[in-house]
Write a protein that binds this ligand. Structure first.
Ligand SMILES: Nc1nc2c(ncn2[C@@H]2O[C@H](COP(=O)(O)OP(=O)(O)OP(=O)(O)O)[C@@H](O)[C@H]2O)c(=O)[nH]1
Ligand SMILES: [Mg+2]
Length: 717
């Protein structure tokens, strides 16, 4: 069977932004203009396609990233040309959430997408999550197009928003358009490459109508076109000299060179409009075709061969061995468990067995589907460069690699942020108790930033997540999707512990009282974990896991090889329990340097206990401390509340790091411990007569001050 779509006409891209910038509103237009849907759903009416969960529709926010497939022929072609199959591009679009509690969705989407459209609120410009998402895109080296949305809003300013992109995100951004009017007067956009003006007429702005640039905007357009053309020709020596000699550079050449520069992350083109008022979206879609990469344009994917640890690569080709990455699990109301995956090379057919190189197991791949606007299209075969979902897989998790068993490869893991908030959860009835375990497991399978733990002392279940909203939604989903009723405690900060110093401890665990005894003897040194150069090769005797490394320096078999994993296990278990206030310890390096054994009495359990005791003693000696999450907070308030707000932040142990104007409003940026931020939204509202707003996200962990440490330890007794 031939592939149904040539790869050069495929665009896998995400829509990313700060909360409420208009991603879902834009996605709805994408579905409408591409003809996938005959009406436009609106967020405020709760009837959009990509926000399909009840919780999303009720709250008007996106929680889970939704992938949709649709087809687009650029509007600069004639109506007849646009109908031809060979002019249509297949878009796999992912609408992501902006709220920081669901940032996992952005991270994983960017990992498997080839490009992104970054949406901005035209009043606010760059906001905190614009920065975070931009950073994720940088990490994944995903080419980007910017869309300054909401130009119709009161207070909107293209200039100010554009400048905030240049100042806070990248000097590589460049305007492709200038708006025709702002706020109420926003009517269309001027394309600086074509030097034409566009308005969006007909039903729901469906028809893109070209006009000449009005005289009063001509001078601006000339000036900015000049700037744009210069930025483009810089990337090509031939065009550069033509340009310097004063020759006119052809539009096609400009576009070709710009495409290359965007794909290489050298230029981020900026577009504008208003999704809600149906202005500008089609031109952004044209630019997705023109400038964002196809799977063929991105570098080959890297991974390691699990047989020997050597680096291997796979090209986006149907004839390369099959390699794919599972990036998302989702319980679908219509078809059941879905496992979304991106194929990097080769092909896979429904009805075959899927080899999971991360687990080393095989699983039958019954059906494969692709999500359209409102239905699930069955697919027989998935080709290199595509995104699809497997139905009913049981053992695959996010970040697992699927591949050709004869050509094994493990692709890089997706890294996820650590949860910073926890709360106790207790089933209401006996019946709930049985279902709760299953429900929590299913939800945590879907979401790598959601964790479940049982408190070792009390036996209670503790759930951990990215923020209050995250856990609130989990509890709500448990109730609606799994009919589990639960009582929940107050949200708590997820503290951690670590050490600031170094210590060496030798410990023997011996029991010899008739019969087979126990004998374990270890000597360990612990110290704070130093960052390793990710490029450098890890020595054979070092094992690295999250926040921990274990160095086996045993010489001459003084401890037999078979017992060494038990030593590591003992240390890890002791780290789970902490030594100061019972929180998990992190960022520790532990070296096993010496020990001894007994022919008869030595056992795994004896070494585990010996190591665990040795670690606890060492940790107590090595200046143990408690760490707390520090949040990056941004508060936007009218000028007159400034003093109150900054004073209040200081009283919350916050440090104000900067202030700036945003129109009539003041923006305050600060770093504040999470422990002081519970209920902040409510108190901000009362301090500002309801006119202030704030966002926060995790920034880093920091040692808590001594007096705070004391009260944490006290409260844990
Ligand atoms: N005035 C105006 N409002 C808009 C525009 N685009 C979106 N909105 C409104 O802004 C609100 C948020 O829009 P969404 O599309 O849900 O934003 P989002 O980026 O998907 O938000 P999250 O998914 O929650 O991060 C809704 O009430 C929209 O109607 C626009 O161009 N102009
Ligand atoms: Mg949304």
């Amino acid at each position: 069977m031939e592939r149904d779509y040539p790869l050069e006409r495929v665009r896998n891209f995400g829509i990313i932004a700060h909360i409420d910038a208009g991603k879902t509103t834009t996605s709805e237009r994408v579905l409408y203009y591409t003809g996938s849907q005959h009406k436009i759903g609106e967020v405020h009416e709760g009837d959009t396609t990509t926000d399909w969960m009840e919780q999303e529709r009720e709250r008007g926010i996106t929680i889970t990233a939704a992938a949709i497939t649709c087809f687009w022929a650029p509007t600069y072609l004639s109506a007849d040309e646009r109908k031809k199959t060979e002019n249509k591009y297949r878009f796999n679009v992912i609408d992501t959430p902006g709220h920081i509690d669901f940032t996992v969705e952005v991270k994983r989407s960017l990992r498997v997408l080839d490009g992104a459209v970054v949406v901005f609120d035209g009043v606010a410009g760059v906001e905190p999550q614009s920065e975070t998402n931009w950073r994720y895109a940088e990490e994944a080296q995903v080419p980007r197009i910017c869309f300054i949305n909401k130009l119709d809003r009161t207070g909107a300013s293209f200039e100010r928003s554009y400048k905030s992109i240049l100042d806070r995100l990248s000097k590589k951004a460049v305007r492709m358009q200038i708006p025709l009017g702002e706020e109420d007067a926003h009517e269309g956009v001027i394309d600086l490459l074509k030097m034409k003006m566009y308005k969006f007429e007909g039903e729901l702005g469906r028809d893109v109508v070209e006009h000449d640039i009005p005289a009063e905007l001509k001078a601006d357009a000339d000036k900015y076109r000049h700037e744009l053309v210069e930025r483009i020709v810089e990337n090509d020596d031939g065009l550069m000299s033509a340009y310097l000699e004063g020759r006119e550079v052809a539009l096609e050449d400009l576009k070709k060179t710009l495409r290359k520069a965007v794909i290489e992350n050298k230029i981020f083109p900026v577009f504008t409009g208003s999704a809600l008022k149906n202005k500008g979206v089609q031109l952004v879609l044209d630019s997705v075709v023109d400038y964002l990469p196809s799977p063929l344009d991105i570098p080959p994917i890297k991974g390691v061969d699990p047989r020997n640890g050597e680096e291997v690569i796979r090209h986006a080709s149907d004839t390369d061995p099959f390699a794919a990455l599972a990036f998302k699990l989702q319980a679908d109301p219509f078809v059941g468990q879905l496992t979304f995956f991106r194929v990097y090379s080769g092909t896979i057919e429904a009805g075959t067995y899927l080899y999971n190189s991360t687990t080393g197991e095989k699983e039958r791949l019954g059906r494969i589907v692709r999500l359209q606007a409102n239905d699930r299209e069955e697919v027989k075969k998935v080709y290199a460069g595509e995104i699809a979902a497997a139905v009913g897989l049981k053992n695959a998790k996010t970040s697992h690699t699927f591949c050709d068993e004869d050509h094994p490869i493990i692709l890089d893991q997706i890294t996820f942020p650590e949860p910073v908030i926890s709360l106790r959860i207790e089933p209401k009835t006996k019946a709930d108790q049985e279902k709760m375990g299953l429900a929590l497991k299913r939800l945590s399978d879907e979401d790598p930033t959601f964790r479940i733990k049982s408190d070792q002392e009390t036996g209670e279940t503790v759930i951990m997540g990215m923020g209050e909203l995250h856990l609130e939604i989990i509890v709500d989903r448990m109730k609606r999707e799994f009919s589990v009723e639960a009582n929940v405690g107050k949200p708590q900060v997820a503290y951690k512990e670590t050490i600031m110093g170094e210590a060496e401890v030798e410990n023997k665990y011996i029991k010899q009282s008739g019969g087979k005894g126990q004998y374990g003897h270890v000597r360990i040194t612990i110290k704070p974990l130093e960052k390793r150069d990710p490029e450098a090769k890890v020595p054979k005797n070092v094992k690295i896991s999250e926040g921990f490394e274990f160095i086996d320096s045993i010489k001459g078999g003084v401890i037999p090889q078979e017992f060494i994993p038990a030593v590591e296990k003992g240390v890890k278990e002791a780290m789970e329990r902490g030594v100061t206030a019972g929180y998990k310890m992190t960022d520790i390096s532990c070296e096993l340097t010496f020990g001894s054994y007994h022919d008869v009495d030595s056992s795994e359990i004896a070494y585990k206990i010996a190591a665990s005791q040795a670690f606890q003693e060492a940790a107590r000696k090595a200046k143990p401390v408690i760490l707390e999450p520090i949040m990056k907070v941004e508060v936007v308030v009218p000028d007159k509340f400034m003093g109150d707000i900054t004073g209040n932040l200081s009283s919350r142990r916050g440090q104000v790091e900067g202030m700036e104007e945003r129109g009539e409003l003041k923006v305050i940026r600060a770093k504040v411990p999470l422990a002081e931020m519970f209920g902040y939204v409510t108190s901000l509202r009362s301090m500002t007569e309801g006119r202030g707003s704030s966002t926060m996200e995790f920034d880093h962990y920091e040692v808590v001050p001594a007096n705070v440490a004391l009260s944490i330890i006290e409260s844990r007794k």
